[in-house]
Ligand binder design. Structure first.
Ligand code: GLU
Length: 408
């Protein structure tokens, strides 16, 4: 495993001490500090300044109560978060995650990573992240709406098109952004569409924002293949997850001639040797909001559902972890390497554990870190903000450009 440069050890120790128990945040910070080793070796003056320490301390952290009424009339309580991490380059920018695992440590790791990812896009956006420990699974539209309205009733005072611009992440898509925007508009009496991104295209959203994260990850893989004169044609690809990132990564892989042989959700994974039927998967996940097991039931003999287990056991040339943090462990990496996997690109945020990443580097597997490989989503969000700021919609040209198979 890579070690920390000794000049950065005190920075890391301080982060661990000041943020007790927030293991995902510690992990994200450590990865960045490890990668900064060669920089401080060459420029020791950076380690001596407050710059690196400041990067590890959020500018503002907001935690709030979110009470809402479920369909049976019971009051439910959740905890909401917004961590405004860094505004050096622009308004705080980053998604909202609704998932029962959300706590401050998760939101901070995501906000920290977002700061670097956003900087890498070259767009004027700072880093932030938010969310709640709300579980949307099995909730009716009306319950999700009431939750979003209550969440925004507190959040609205902290955000704004020049202040902090949330978007989606796990558990937050177009439906949730719609409910949130409606409540923001109602409370503030402002049609400030640039306050949220990932909106519907009829009310300020950008074309291709929905597809951008997944498509971008695949474009990144194509660029990797181009360096050795290869392409995605005839490659067997495993895509973990079946949310927004996974679905559109799979769509672009298929369009480029690859075969998506497996996809998953938190209950297990499905394999289909001749390639998944993405229309069916989209119907199950986007319309029916059901479980991936239904995919295998509907497809019959050609598909196989594996409950639990690791999707990385499925042999492939390319692995696209698009589900969640730490979903690809050292053991999974060993299996992928043994099966001849050549490229791994992170569609999700921090899906590979540090041990897995290390194993890929050692084995010469080409590895694309999420801060670069999944930055297409937030970069498109920044374009959405620009369109909203100019009260314009230039999106159709962009849609044509990314959808065309002959992208140059
Ligand atoms: N949640 C996405 C990410 O991890 C996108 C955030 C955004 O568009 O602001 O980058």
């Amino acid at each position: 495993m890579p070690t920390l440069h000794e000049m950065l050890l005190p920075v890391f120790d301080e982060v661990v001490k000041r943020n007790p128990g927030e293991i995902e945040f510690h992990q994200a910070v450590r990865e960045v500090l490890e990668s900064l080793g060669p920089v401080v070796a060459k420029h020791p003056e950076y380690a001596d300044t407050q710059i690196i320490r400041s990067l590890c301390e959020p500018e503002r952290q907001i935690i709030f109560r979110v009470p809402w009424v479920d369909d049976s009339g019971q009051v439910q309580l959740n905890r909401g978060f917004r961590v405004e991490f860094n505004s050096a380059l622009g308004p705080y920018k980053g998604g909202l995650r609704f998932h029962p695992s959300v706590y401050l440590g998760i939101v901070k790791f995501l906000g920290f990573e977002q700061t670097f990812k956003n900087a890498l896009t070259g767009m004027p956006i700072g880093g932030g992240k938010g969310g709640a420990d709300f579980d949307p699974k099995g909730r009716s539209d009306a319950e999700v709406m009431r939750f979003c309205q209550s969440f925004m009733t507190e959040l609205y005072r902290h955000i704004g098109e020049y202040t902090d611009v949330p978007a989606g992440d796990i558990g937050v898509g177009g439906r949730e952004i719609g409910y949130l925007f409606g409540q923001y508009k109602r409370i503030t009496n402002r049609y400030e569409s640039g306050v949220l991104t990932g909106k519907g295209t009829g009310w300020g959203g950008s074309q291709v924002r929905t597809e951008a994260t997944g498509y971008g990850t695949v474009f990144f893989v194509e660029e990797i293949f181009k360096t050795t004169g290869e392409s995605l044609e005839d490659k067997r690809v495993v895509v973990s997850g079946s949310g927004n990132v996974a679905i559109y990564a799979a769509e672009k892989v298929i369009e480029r001639g690859g075969t998506v042989v497996a996809m998953s959700d938190s209950s297990g994974y499905v394999t289909e040797d001749n390639g998944v039927d993405l229309d069916l998967l989209k119907d199950i996940k986007l319309n029916r909001r059901a479980r991936i097991r239904d995919y295998a039931t509907d497809r019959g003999a050609s598909a196989h559902f594996v409950e639990g287990g690791s999707i990385w056991d499925v042999p492939c040339d390319v692995a696209l972890p698009c589900a969640t943090q730490n979903e690809l462990t050292a053991a999974d990496a060993a299996t992928l390497i043994r099966n001849g996997c050549a490229v791994v690109a992170e569609g999700a945020n921090m899906p590979a554990t540090p041990e897995a990443m290390h194993a890929f580097h050692e084995a010469g597997v080409r590895f694309a870190p999420g801060k670069a490989a999944n930055a297409g989503g937030v970069a498109t969000s920044a374009l959405e903000m620009q369109q909203n700021a100019s009260r314009d919609s230039r999106a159709p040209d962009m849609a044509a450009a990314v959808k065309s198979p002959a992208r140059g």
